[in-house]
Design a protein around this ligand. Structure first.
Ligand code: HEC
Length: 102
């Protein structure tokens, strides 16, 4: 019984937490406003306008990170964060600029 529970947890962790797959489901439409891009691609994890969940978890609004670093994070993903393979470099730069300005 205990072994089964452990296996279940491991399976869930592998499925739910791995960022390796990347996010190829999100496809921005041409000329999509940056606030819509953010709302659709990022807000589910980073909260409305990047203000974080519960006000602090994964808060990125007003980040001190360099725009280039944030854009790279969007396109390459992180340990958990998926890579947004359909977001172009210029869209990533706009999103990063938007996030910093929040
Ligand atoms: C599935 C949830 C998820 C989504 C969707 C997501 N992120 Fe993340 N993001 C994370 C997690 C978790 C971290 C921190 C750990 C890591 O690197 O994976 C993170 C980290 C970041 C960081 C680095 C924060 C720091 O303090 O160094 C930035 C910048 C960022 N995300 C921006 C974005 C942007 C912009 C989008 C939308 C294009 C986005 N994220 C979409 C989960 C997500």
């Amino acid at each position: 019984m205990k072994k089964t529970t452990l296996l279940t947890i491991m399976a869930l962790a592998t499925l739910g937490l791995s960022g390796c797959g990347g996010n190829d489901e999100f496809k921005p439409t041409d000329g999509m406003p940056v606030n819509d891009l953010f709302a659709q691609a990022c807000a589910s994890c980073h909260g409305e306008n990047g203000s974080g969940k519960f006000g602090f978890l994964l808060k990125i609004a007003g980040s001190e990170d360099a725009i280039e670093d944030m854009a790279q994070k969007i396109r390459d993903g992180g340990h958990i964060m998926p890579a947004f393979v359909n977001i172009s470099q210029s869209e990533a730069i706009s999103i990063a600029t938007y996030v910093k300005g929040q």
